[in-house]
Design a protein around this ligand. Structure first.
Ligand code: HEM
Length: 480
């Protein structure tokens, strides 16, 4: 009770927007149980834990205090407060959790110090170098198409149910390799297996809060630690090899279209103020691996799940595709993808209910007021993407229903702009959002043109549980 009292007294009402005298705080026992749950969970599970707590303990302010491990965490579900946080990246910089390299924990040794976690001048410098790689997405279109076609061909040759998450991840990593790193990975042809295995091993383990909070565990002479370090070394060798190839390409003056990696490597050879050294290149290449393929693969897997669940939506999408390409899928182009309104609504709705990135942590750089409460400097503040997307306060009574129509016409205008933020918003908005949206639309158009998706009877409740390592098989039949 004393601890609770202490926590509450820190977050007091300062103006009449606040509905209660202090911010609502989850009880210390609940926090402790939640912490145990989080310690052994994958970080991706934590947003569900937080939202469950909010539903049980939060009041109707859309803001409450919870815990991330031992750290007090102000979780924000109110879209006006989310807007304030997202638009003011100097007052609310990134929470430096993943920058704890001083501890030498797994998250920082794998993920490193890249664009997504740094702030200030260094962030501006890196974003300035990396941004131009995403200016002209039309140049990526042929690579998107090649790998989507390969995916479809593989499905055509497969007998029986198709396990989608892993295969989709192979497709998206091939697309990423070709477009962003300039490499043919061949994951869809089973050529990248060892590296992908290492990658998944680290993704599955590096971000476990257990190791971030108790990093000394990573130093114990256990088999697990040995395995982790082996995987890390082989993954790093692979990345440094890609970087070396980009250096060679620069020196040989190969006149090809510049990839993101080329742009980053070039800074070292030219007398530029934005020089990025090899370690920064390595850390950003890892970032692009992490941010750039699993997110889209999981999104697509959930979309196939939704299509199987809602056959009427599938039919409407199919009709729109046929209409836009005028009956011939060979006409499909980047421009035509922009004409698919129902497709846009479908993607928005699926990313609302199944956002792959959920808790973008920030820290207060000064004392602030959010929703009428005083939040002291140095507090962790986390807009809950999952929370605001699932809140009936902002989406109404049918919040749990999958209804793309809510994103069409007048109805869409009533939804708060910051109540739908799967790619975040403001200066730290996802750099790959348009890249991913084109990938999704192209995939869905070609896939639905070819196949009808059906779920298997035991797979009607996947609401929370999908990641690229989970088995999720769908039945597909070829359209006549
Ligand atoms: C469905 C797909 C994707 C989702 C849902 C997603 C989501 C996000 C979110 C929520 C953030 C911001 C986190 C924050 O505000 O703290 C972010 C940042 C970022 N994303 Fe994505 N992302 C996706 C795909 C991609 C792709 C395909 C790429 C690159 C090819 C990419 C590259 C990045 C980068 C570089 C950042 C850091 C930007 C910065 O801090 O300046 N993402 N993403």
């Amino acid at each position: 009770t004393l601890i609770n009292h202490n926590v509450r007294s820190k977050f007091k009402r300062v103006d009449n927007k606040a509905k209660h005298d202090t911010l609502e705080t989850v009880g210390i026992l609940t926090a402790f149980l939640n912490m145990l749950k989080q310690f052994f969970a994958d970080i991706r599970f934590m947003a569900f834990c937080e939202f469950e707590l909010y539903q049980k303990h939060g009041k109707d302010d859309g803001i409450f205090v919870s815990y991330l491990g031992f750290i007090e965490n102000v979780v924000v579900i109110n879209p006006e407060a989310i807007k304030t946080i997202m638009l003011h990246s100097i007052t609310y910089p990134k929470y430096p959790l993943l920058l704890s390299s001083a501890f030498g924990d797994y998250a920082s040794s794998f993920f490193g110090s890249n664009l997504a976690v740094i702030d200030g001048v260094e962030w501006r410098k890196q974003r300035h170098v990396i941004n131009p790689a995403f200016y002209n997405l039309a140049k990526f279109y042929p690579a998107f198409e090649e790998h989507v076609d390969k995916f479809i061909k593989n499905v055509e040759h497969q007998k029986g149910p198709v396990n989608v998450p892993k295969n989709l991840a192979n497709m998206t990593v091939d697309i990423l390799g070709k477009t962003v790193l300039g490499q043919d990975f061949g994951a869809q042809d089973d050529k990248l297996n060892a590296i992908i295995d290492s990658y998944y091993f680290m993704m599955g383990n590096a971000f476990r809060p257990l190791y971030t909070v108790l990093p000394f565990l990573t130093k114990l002479p256990t088999k697990f630690n040995k395995d982790f370090n082996q995987h890390l070394n082989s993954f790093d060798d692979f990345i440094y090899d890609l970087i070396q190839k980009a250096h060679d390409k620069y020196k040989n003056g190969v006149d090809e279209q510049e990839t993101l990696l080329d742009l980053m490597v070039k800074t070292q050879h030219e007398d530029s103020e934005s020089k990025l050294d090899d370690k920064v290149l390595r850390d950003n290449t890892v970032l692009f691996f992490v941010a750039g393929h699993e997110t889209t693969a999981v999104t697509l897997a959930f979309q196939l799940y939704r299509l199987g669940l809602h056959s009427e939506v599938q039919q409407k999408l199919y009709e729109e595709i046929i209409d836009v390409v005028n009956g011939d899928i060979e006409n499909l182009s980047l421009d035509l993808l922009q004409e698919m309104d129902y497709m846009d609504a479908f993607i928005k709705e699926s990313m609302r209910l199944h956002p792959p990135a959920q808790l973008p942590g920030r820290i207060t750089a000064q004392d602030v007021t959010l929703c009428g409460y005083r939040i002291p400097k140095g507090t962790m503040v986390t807009p809950s993407i999952y929370g605001v997307h699932h809140s009936d306060v902002y989406y109404g009574q049918d919040v749990k229903q999958f209804r793309p129509e809510r994103w069409l016409g007048e109805e869409a205008k009533k939804i708060h702009r910051f109540a739908h933020i799967p790619f975040s918003a403001g200066p730290r908005v996802c750099l790959g959002n348009n890249f991913s949206l084109i990938e999704q639309k192209l995939f869905l158009s070609k896939f639905l043109h070819k196949f009808i998706v059906k779920l298997q009877p035991d797979q009607i409740n996947l609401e929370r549980a999908l990641d690229v390592n989970k088995d999720f098989a769908i039945n597909v039949s070829t359209r006549q």
